[in-house]
Design a protein around this ligand. Structure first.
Ligand SMILES: [Zn+2]
Length: 304
């Protein structure tokens, strides 16, 4: 928690942005009702963000439903940008036939809302949610298809990459390379290379490493966003410490990745906790981190 990591609170007058969150969050998308009571409305989250010093935030869809809801929300707020995604979890939890129908309608949204879409994502691979080899291969095939469509659209790409953890082993194929702690990340990079997508337009959102990849990915020119949970959770703090400041941005992944809680109650205003964590790790001023990460995000997403 914040106390254990001993990170000072964010200063009160920072200007910052949140490059990745899910506002409004679609209740019932995942099977839980824990947040319905505690998560503020999307408009309240937006107002709180502005009050706290937020400049702009980017809200990301993960499937067709969230795409429809988010388009309505961004219509109302000029300082909220939209990243259109199809999450790997959606691929895994949607049966093939239903997914095909959903995917067609999702493509239609992309075609009809070209100028409203600032980026594509989140898209990627999640080997925690997909443990069996067949499920993992299906995610790879779908990401391949998505990349073949978005590569020509000249917009940033926002990646969700979750490698298999120790408890995510594919028990049917215990020796398969996909069980390695960097396998999902390596597969994603291989697909980006296959499609000739430059790392300069690719952001690893909620970057989770492993740290052994940091140097290699940074050298290639990829960007990374650090979640608010880096303030209170060692896993997220540690992996971010060796990333170069000129390649990082701040995010919340709201309603997830709260600075202090595992509950899905996070909101864009908490992106400033990522600033506190980044500054603490490097022993530099929070204002320098705020200015630099905001500048990085504006340049990457081409926000004036
Ligand atoms: Zn997300």
């Amino acid at each position: 928690m914040g106390k254990a990591l001993n990170i000072p609170e964010p200063e009160p007058d920072l200007s910052f942005c949140d490059v990745h969150g899910h506002v409004p969050w679609i209740e019932g998308t995942f099977k839980s009702d824990a947040w319905g009571k505690t998560l503020a409305s999307a408009d309240k989250q937006h107002a709180d963000f502005k009050k706290a010093g937020g400049v702009f935030f980017i809200t990301c869809s993960i499937d067709l439903n969230s795409a429809v809801e988010i388009l309505k929300f961004v219509e109302k707020h000029r300082d909220v940008c939209y990243s259109c995604g199809m999450a790997p979890q959606t691929v895994t939890y949607t049966k093939t036939k239903a997914y095909e129908s959903e995917f067609k309608q999702w493509l239609d949204i992309i075609e009809k809302n070209g100028e409203k879409i600032i980026a594509f994502g989140e898209i990627g691979l999640d080997f925690h949610h997909a443990k069996a080899l067949g499920q993992r291969k299906r995610q790879i095939d779908e990401l391949d298809r998505i990349l073949s469509i978005v590569k020509g659209k000249k917009k940033p790409i926002v990646l969700h990459v979750r490698n298999a953890g120790p408890s995510d082993k594919d028990m049917g194929n215990p020796d398969h390379a996909f069980n390695q702690p960097d396998a999902a990340a390596r597969e994603v990079v291989a697909l980006l290379d296959k499609h000739g997508i430059s790392p300069a337009r690719v952001l690893f959102h909620c970057y989770s490493g492993p740290s052994s990849l940091n140097e290699e990915l940074a050298k290639r020119g990829f960007f990374f966003s650090i979640p608010s949970s880096a303030f209170g959770f060692e896993k997220w703090f540690k992996v971010s410490t060796s990333l170069p400041l000129e390649r990082i941005m701040t995010e919340t992944d709201s309603p997830f990745q709260h600075p202090r809680s595992m509950e899905p109650i996070n909101a864009p205003e908490n992106a400033r906790y990522a600033i506190a964590a980044i500054a603490h790790a490097r022993g530099i001023d929070q204002k320098v981190v705020a200015t630099t990460t905001l500048k990085n995000a504006k340049a990457f997403f081409k926000i004036p």
